[in-house]
Ligand binder design. Structure first.
Ligand code: SF4
Ligand code: SF4
Length: 431
């Protein structure tokens, strides 16, 4: 008799909840794109269980499907049996990675970046600064067009350049103040997870978040020692790094007595909320405080200024980040808040709750399927013809910006908190 490691045993136990009803299929973007049962939640649960029962080898289809899944967890929302698909997927990816079944230069680069660049602030800052310099000098365009003319431009590199966002200047990427005082009557004190990608690529979103919190009467703490949340590492099968990062953040935020730990990135929020399953008791204390910025403001009640700023009328689409709607259950709050912004007309688009194909590093590692999923998303958004597309996750914002640019759409892509910030035209004094 073969003995299995604890990961496969846990996957098997969880797989028993699946009753094969297929109700998850119509919400699965990879099933809808491919039509293959093996690329559906039910098919993947079957494969994972088959690996435990030794009917299916780990190498081959089972491991390919573990990484072809976008990890959107729409299947969890659809499943009437409460199958913990996200947890099974994470364990399966760890198993595949531990078995050495992920190789190749793209994988080596991903692993290096997620282990040694993303979690190290100084190195990440330097790399992002270098990319920004290269981009501002036009060197990226020169390299791409030269390689293209010589027919030497690999599709993967063309794709990666297409995804590269505009890099903010060093001054824009300066650290947030560790303390920002509440404006007006104080309602409480929150901590803010400033994140790694958000901090480097979307510093305006972070500043808008702190400002809106302060204008709503909350002191905002941004502890300098905080670090990367570990979400991208967990998605790529590197549980050790993800858990180490979660332990660090649990220790940092445990030092502060706050009403909430606010995030503005759906992926980070999910990682923090699920920290108990990674690191136990310390993770539970960390998770208990986590709130998405839209959820938090909706709960405490948005402070509406007496004199509302005048803005031009904007058609706004809100696209749900998978890791906000399917794992944190936040969908109504951002819509309610956006509807309160003067001049905003919230416009519905089809399948707003369906993945955009960003999914961490998925749009780099599985570009064909990612593009196909994005194509459907942009069809729905083009039909709604918005002036602004909003979404609360950095990966989704980058993916939607690329989708809008490829389509020639003029719509801006923003975080909901950037629109909320228009409520409060004056920055707090210590911002
Ligand atoms: S996580 Fe998303 S892509 Fe993966 S099986 Fe579930 S619905 Fe499909
Ligand atoms: S909906 Fe749930 S129980 Fe039904 S097939 Fe999908 S995962 Fe299994």
């Amino acid at each position: 008799m073969t003995t299995h490691g604890p990961r496969l045993d846990e996957i098997y136990e969880k797989s028993l909840d699946c009753v094969h009803c297929g109700l998850c299929l119509s919400s699965c973007p990879t099933y809808l794109a491919t039509g293959r049962e093996s690329s559906s939640p039910r098919g993947r649960v079957y494969l994972m269980r088959g690996v435990h029962e030794e009917r299916v080898p780990l190498a081959g289809l089972a491991s390919e499907e573990a990484f072809l899944c976008v990890g959107c967890r729409a299947c969890e929302t659809a499943c009437p049996s409460g199958v913990q698909y996200g947890s099974m997927l994470e364990l399966m990816r760890e198993e595949v990675t531990a078995a050495g079944l992920r190789s190749g230069s793209a994988r080596t680069l991903e692993r290096f970046a997620l282990r040694h660049v993303v979690p190290r602030k100084f190195i990440l800052r330097s790399v992002v600064g270098l990319l920004g310099f290269v981009s501002r000098m036009g060197m990226d365009r020169f390299v791409v067009s030269t390689l293209d003319k010589l027919s030497l431009l690999p599709e993967s590199l063309r794709h990666a350049f297409g995804l590269m966002p505009d890099i903010p200047s060093r001054a824009e990427r300066k650290r947030l103040p560790e303390f920002t005082a509440a404006v007006g009557e104080k309602r409480g004190c929150v901590a803010f997870l400033s994140g790694c990608v958000m901090h480097e690529i979307f510093p305006d979103v972070n500043r808008a978040t702190v400002r809106v919190l302060a204008e709503n009467g909350f002191d905002v703490l941004v502890p300098a020692e905080q670090g990367c949340c570990g979400a991208l590492q967990a998605h790529s099968g590197d549980a050790d790094t993800a858990h180490r990062l979660a332990r660090h953040n649990a220790a940092v935020f445990a030092k502060h007595s706050v009403d909430a730990l606010v995030t503005n990135s759906a992926g980070c929020g999910t990682a923090l909320r699920e920290a108990e399953s990674w690191i136990g008791e310390d993770g539970r204390a960390l998770a208990a405080k986590v709130k998405d910025i839209t959820e938090f403001l909706d709960e405490v009640g948005l402070r509406v200024p007496e004199t509302l700023p005048k803005g031009k009328r904007l058609r706004v689409c809100y696209d749900d980040p998978c890791h906000l709607i399917h794992t944190q259950g936040v969908a109504a709050a951002p819509r309610r808040l956006l509807e309160m912004v003067p001049g905003v007309e919230l416009v519905a688009h089809a399948n707003a709750d369906r993945c955009c194909g960003a999914a961490g590093t998925y749009n780099l590692t599985q570009r064909e399927l990612s593009n196909e999923i994005l194509h459907d998303k942009m069809d729905a958004l083009a039909e709604a013809a918005p002036d602004v597309i909003t979404s609360g996750n950095p990966g989704c914002m980058m993916q939607l910006r690329r989708g809008a640019s490829d389509r020639g759409m003029s719509a801006l892509v923003q975080h909901p908190v950037e629109l909320l910030a228009t409520f409060y035209p004056t920055a707090p004094k210590n911002d």
